[in-house]
Ligand binder design. Structure first.
Ligand SMILES: [Zn+2]
Ligand SMILES: [Zn+2]
Length: 263
């Protein structure tokens, strides 16, 4: 499984693309590609690496904040311009179809009727597991200002956990256990937070989950700049845990349960 960090930023971060991951695996001899979240500026970043209109099989939307799904109209518009005909699966919590239709209709009225490819919606309930384009997808509810799901993606060999936005819960900890990589939002460095993860909390979460690799994303933009040194020192002290702060454009690969940095 290869994971490209297309973006690692929070909503208002002007330097980093909104948090968005591109997951690629070979399943049953076929290349499968899923995008995790597509915020305000993530679709532009996605098309810097995608020149094939059929490359993407599925899109996961963690929750309905703009930095996680306002890029969807642009994603679909660009695929239309590229003459895509292959269906695209969009997976999310109940209500995902209506939310995506709303944002499409606001961005470009009447254009969804003109798409020459099918958009197939898959609603998922917390705790249930579905198969999407060969990937096994399971969700758990975290604690955020609006309903938000964490997700576990399995390709038959490797297991990725992506938090979306939100504080860990008992259910997300269970979902993350024994994954090869946790990608967790850490909007704050430490302390008590409402509706968001922290760096300190994510480290504790990865330890409790028994997971060896932790990528921290969605860090509050001022903390990311001004508290760099403190963050670096925290990450250096995570003995036995490979905790890192990816940049937009970084990629990792999980092979034989081991994580390698690609770039
Ligand atoms: Zn966010
Ligand atoms: Zn959010």
């Amino acid at each position: 499984m290869k994971i490209d960090f297309l973006g690692v930023g929070e909503a208002c971060d002007p330097l980093h693309t909104n948090t968005s991951l591109l997951v690629q695996s070979t399943i049953g001899g076929r290349q499968r590609v899923m995008l995790l979240d597509c915020g305000f500026n993530a679709a532009h970043r996605f098309f810097r690496v995608c020149s094939d209109q059929d490359m993407l099989d599925a899109l996961w939307i963690s929750h309905f904040h703009g930095d996680h799904f306002f890029g969807v109209p642009l994603l679909l518009l660009t695929f239309r311009e590229m003459n895509r005909t292959k269906p695209l699966e969009i997976i999310g919590q109940p209500g995902v179809r209506e939310k995506v239709y709303d944002v499409m209709d606001l961005a470009y009225p009447n254009f969804r009727e003109k798409l020459q490819f099918q958009v197939e919606f898959r609603e998922i309930e917390p705790g249930s597991q579905i198969t999407v384009s060969g990937f096994s997808v399971k969700a758990a509810e975290n604690e955020h200002s609006i309903r938000s799901f964490s997700v576990r993606i399995k390709d038959g060999e490797s297991r990725l956990f992506y938090s979306g936005d939100g504080r860990p819960t008992k259910a997300t900890l269970e979902l993350a256990s024994e994954c090869d990589l946790i990608v967790h939002e850490a909007f704050r460095v430490s302390g008590k937070t409402s509706g968001h993860g922290t760096i300190a909390g994510s480290i504790e979460f990865a330890r409790k989950a028994g997971v060896a690799n932790l990528a921290l994303v969605h860090i509050e933009r001022h903390d990311r700049e001004e508290r760099q040194q403190e963050i670096r020192e925290m990450l250096l002290k995570t003995e036995g845990l490979n905790a890192f702060l990816p940049e937009s454009g970084d990629a990792v690969e999980i092979t034989n349960y081991e994580l390698r940095i690609r770039n």
